[in-house]
Ligand binder design. Sequence first.
Ligand SMILES: CC(C)(COP(=O)(O)OP(=O)(O)OC[C@H]1O[C@@H](n2cnc3c(N)ncnc32)[C@H](O)[C@@H]1OP(=O)(O)O)[C@@H](O)C(=O)NCCC(=O)NCCS
Length: 391
Amino acid sequence: MNFRQITAAERTATMFPLQAYAFMPSPWTAEDEEAYRGRMRFFETTLTLIAEEDGQALAGVAALRMRQNVRGLVHDMAGVASVSSHPMARRRGLVRELLERLLRQTREEGCAVSALYPFRPSFYARFGFVGVPRHRTATFTPEGLAHLLRADLPGEVERLSMSDGFAAWQGLQQQLLTRRHGFAVFDDVRSAEFREDEYWVAVARSGGEVVGAVRYQVDRHGGDLIASHLLCAGSLGRALLLQFFARHVDQVAQIVVRLSTDEVPELWGTDMQVSTEGSVANPTENAPMVRVLDVEALAGTPVGPGAITIEIPDELIGGVWQLESAGGALTVAKGSAPSVTLSAAGFSALVYGVLDPVEVVARGLGSVPAAAIPTLSTMFPREMPYLVADF
Ligand SMILES: CC(C)(COP(=O)(O)OP(=O)(O)OC[C@H]1O[C@@H](n2cnc3c(N)ncnc32)[C@H](O)[C@@H]1OP(=O)(O)O)[C@@H](O)C(=O)NCCC(=O)NCCS
């Protein structure tokens, strides 16, 4: 078995048959293959690894070059995607070997963290990943926002094609990357594909600054306005975008929009009738998962007061680590005599703020003596990340 890195140009001959069989209706057509080839310019910076035997690719994995905010610190992130193996080559450990190589290489190239959308979370739990929230979807009639039609807000919304609105939409994402825990963005090469999307983008501005943006489509007259994530820099951006939605009152029956878990749409208006759903299902609707690839790279992360020495048994981040808050910023040093043992997933859950130490223990992701629980809870308080990028 030969394991090797391939270029974007090589992906069509090697990865396409594996991915098409795994993720698309099949048998696929020559047009499907051509469309894939046409997209490969957006994968020039993607790290792709394959396992091949007698010149045939049997399995492949990839890492998209991304950046992510974790508790206020922005890191290079490996966005794991395109994980697939030939049906006759499954359960031979090929994807395990490829994923281990991929995570090692991305870590060596500077990625402190990794994220992915699993087909089945337990598969990636073996590789140290832990779940973070899936977005919520709010569905409501524009009537609930009628009060906003009369509101005089200090700003305006422009409806643009994705190609015209791309720069503003992308600029807001870069802004949110620096401000929002969990937020992740693609590099310029990968994100350029969004410019060609057949979406509208509503861009909210105030004083010339972009304060909100949302991609959307309208499915039919009297149908749904289906929006992607409601991206806003604050309440004004949200109010401007909701006012824009309200203007569709006699055009569409419903607005469907993606939200972070901390949005509470029933508070958007007095008469809001809304259904907010967070539905998770294998294999296509899963919540994303994340993991830390490099403990030392976390130095400087804003944390609560405290100091603790932990042991992590793991290929990538294994060892005994002395973690301490120095004036609210994490310091990391090699340590000895750990008081706590955490799996890579358990440690990642605390760093990302998705589980508290009691839950980490209850989930079998570590062993934490009672005396260490308050320190870990204070240093890594719960804080829900919002991962928006889909890959
Ligand atoms: C999922 C998939 C990539 C696994 O590939 P594979 O080559 O069979 O994986 P491996 O043989 O390297 O298995 C790695 C480990 O996961 C386990 N595993 C494999 N498939 C699994 C499954 N469906 N559920 C749970 N565990 C699984 C293996 O037993 C092995 O465990 P071990 O290392 O502890 O022994 C492959 O089945 C596939 O292409 N499926 C369709 C596409 C898909 O779902 N891709 C994932 C997108 S996120």
